[in-house]
Design a binder for this molecule. Structure first.
Ligand code: FES
Length: 95
């Protein structure tokens, strides 16, 4: 099973392949900002990918539009739209 490292704490959570990144962080007990209940609308669940970007599901046009709408860095990801397919390390601005 893939592992997700949550920075800066270094907390590691193991998740089944295909788990949403949003759910992986919640499983680890960390809060994830959201005002849309992970329905891919608000964009608040954005995460910075430090390692393993290539181990995440491909970005969709909808996700790309959300990132652009909120002036996010193009390499950030909307965690409720991303499936974990391998080991990665991520952070938010509030952990
Ligand atoms: S929780 Fe709203 S877009 Fe992810």
């Amino acid at each position: 099973m893939p592992t997700v490292t949550l920075l800066p704490s270094g907390l590691v959570v193991e998740v089944p392949n295909g788990t949403m990144l949003f759910d992986a962080a919640c499983r680890a007990g960390l809060p994830v900002a959201s005002s849309c209940s992970a329905e891919a609308v608000c964009g608040k669940c954005v995460m910075k990918i430090h390692l393993g970007a290539e181990k995440l599901s491909a970005i969709t046009e909808h996700e790309r539009k959300l990132l652009a709408r909120d002036h996010r860095h193009p390499s950030d990801r909307i965690s409720c739209m991303v499936r974990v397919l391998g080991d990665c390390a991520v952070s938010t601005s509030y952990w």
